[in-house]
Design a protein around this ligand. Structure first.
Ligand code: GLV
Ligand code: GLV
Length: 324
């Protein structure tokens, strides 16, 4: 009999077939306690999990005594209690690398949109306001040759640095837990303490995972340290930022504009003050959301689960030590 796994995200047909050639696949809508209660037998017998977004926590693991591997269709795994997985010897697989270039494109799109007010002026054109040649109230600010500060120099940060250095001639500052020799040698990136970066950068791009250390790392003090002309971009995780402090900084003009892909609460509530600020470009967590990359992420997650359950989690495993 094939091992039984739970799939809680839709997959393209070919990937579903690949999965079904290895496993008995139980397709469920999500991992909420109601769903678990309704399908207790399936959860009790499954050795694998494949999906994204839903919480994988202690309470769920207690209902899944046979679970050996969880494969998330994402690079981030802040929704997963890794300690609880480790304690039970469950492997966690994720999808770094395949989405790097696409998320870097998203970061550049947010920088350009916020600086050149692309969304705001396009809405004015649609509203019939473009009736004479445009004046300064339609102008934005330059991106090329401005100083970019990258907070979080992982794979995505590096791909943003590459675009900014070669495409836009931007001097690059970065802050990260450790020095990144490749970023320094290839893109002339200069390591800075966070405060120094915030003081100097014209664009501040946050590309950090959400952890205990990064939670609310950006608040009133950090926005106050930035230039009044600074443009802030967050493409990591919403809770890395104190959203109320960001809103206040934008309302008081302490920073110029923001391009945001991630939020405290997703979907972003339609009554969020962020949506009444003309200097905010808010997009719905589209970082990796292209047809090509979402397919590649799903394929990577399928292969990751097959590898992990065959005892070969060499690639893309967050906690290889859990198998020992
Ligand atoms: C998206 O945010 C991801 O973690 O892949
Ligand atoms: C994601 O792949 C990162 O390491 O930034």
């Amino acid at each position: 009999m094939k091992p039984s796994i739970i799939l809680y995200k839709a997959l393209p047909d070919d990937l579903l077939h690949r999965l079904e050639s290895h496993f008995t696949v139980h397709r469920l809508p999500d991992l909420r306690p109601e769903t678990v209660a309704q399908h207790a037998q399936i959860f009790a017998s499954a050795v694998g999990l494949l999906g994204s977004g839903d919480a994988v926590d202690q309470a769920l693991l207690e209902k899944m005594p046979r679970l050996r591997a969880a494969s998330t269709i994402s690079v981030g795994y802040d929704n997963v209690d890794v300690d609880a997985l480790n304690a039970r010897g469950v492997l966690l697989m994720h999808t770094p690398t395949v989405l790097t270039e696409t998320v870097a494109d998203t970061v550049i799109a947010l920088m350009l949109s916020a600086a050149r007010r692309v969304v705001e002026v396009a809405e004015r054109v649609r509203a019939g306001e473009w009736t004479t040649s445009i004046g300064p109230d339609w102008f934005g600010c330059d991106v090329h040759h401005k100083t970019l500060g990258i907070v979080g120099m992982g794979r995505i940060g590096l791909a943003v640095a590459q675009r900014a250095h070669f495409g836009f001639n931007m001097p690059i500052l970065y802050n990260a837990r450790s020095r990144h020799p490749e970023a320094e040698s290839r893109f002339n990136a200069r390591y800075c303490e966070l405060d120094a970066l915030l003081q100097e950068a014209d664009f501040v791009c946050l590309i950090l995972p959400l952890t205990k250390e990064t939670h609310r790392m950006f608040g009133t003090a950090q926005f106050a340290t930035m230039k009044k002309s600074a443009i802030f971009v967050n493409a990591g995780r919403g809770p890395v930022v104190d959203e109320a402090a960001l809103i206040a900084a934008l309302q008081r003009g302490e920073i110029q504009a923001a391009g945001l892909d991630v939020f405290d609460q997703e979907p972003l509530p339609v009554d969020s003050p962020l949506l009444s600020l003309p200097n905010v470009v808010a997009v719905p967590h589209i970082g990796s959301a292209t047809h090509e990359t979402r397919y590649n992420m799903a394929a990577c997650a399928v292969d990751n689960l097959i590898d992990a359950l065959r005892g070969k989690p060499e690639k893309n495993c967050v906690n290889p030590q859990a198998a020992k």
